[in-house]
Design a protein around this ligand. Structure first.
Ligand code: IMP
Ligand code: MG
Length: 182
């Protein structure tokens, strides 16, 4: 099966995402200058956004990966957070910046941040590509936000629909009739 050229309504195209990633990388450069930094990629949804931030940053850092999810399949959340891949890097004496694809209810990140804090880093902050503030059910604040979006189900640029469509080079949102096409 090939990727659909255009699926759903495009919110941000490749160029817009690159521009924003450059701006955020420059801000991270300023904020963490002279510090030990670990950039932590949340699998799987953040791979593209994470690599953009990493690529555009001028300061050096260590990287690691974590997999935590609160989603079941397709578009509904199960509410239960499970960590299926734990980073083994030593966080003591380093700042940790979690790079996330999207913050929705905030459940996943709130849980993950708590777990990371237990490992004694100097700080834990979050850089998310997308933020759906209207959907928040827990008290959670993202430190760096690529784009604020409305309550829409989005796909592409790492984000999936039932594990598919992560490779689309843009972020779009799906409506009922788009889903029937899949
Ligand atoms: P939260 O715990 O409710 O904040 O859920 C965050 C996770 O749900 C994200 O990391 C995504 O994996 C997934 N998610 C939330 N909204 C969307 C969406 O619109 N499209 C695709 N995945 C989403
Ligand atoms: Mg995620």
């Amino acid at each position: 099966m090939v990727k659909p050229k255009i699926l759903g309504k495009i919110l941000y195209d490749y160029e817009q995402i690159q521009e924003r990633a450059k701006e955020i990388a420059a801000q991270i450069d300023k904020d963490y200058e002279g510090e030990n930094l670990i950039l932590l990629c949340t699998l799987k949804g953040s791979v593209l956004w994470f690599s953009d931030i990493l690529k555009y940053m001028e300061i050096d850092c260590k990287i690691d990966f974590v997999s935590a999810s609160s989603y079941g399949s397709a578009t509904s959340t199960s509410g239960v957070v499970k960590i299926s891949l734990d980073p083994n890097i030593n966080m003591y004496n380093s700042h940790v910046l979690v790079v996330e694809d999207i913050v929705d209810s905030g459940t996943t990140l709130k849980y993950l941040m708590g777990k990371l804090e237990e490992r004694g880093p100097k700080s834990v902050k979050v850089c998310t590509m997308l933020n759906k503030e209207a959907r928040r059910t827990v008290d959670f604040h993202a430190d760096y936000v690529g784009f604020e979006i409305d309550d829409l189900f989005v796909i592409g640029y790492g984000l999936d629909y039932d594990q598919r469509l992560r490779g689309l080079p843009y972020i779009s949102y799906l409506e009922e009739n788009d889903v029937e096409e899949l």
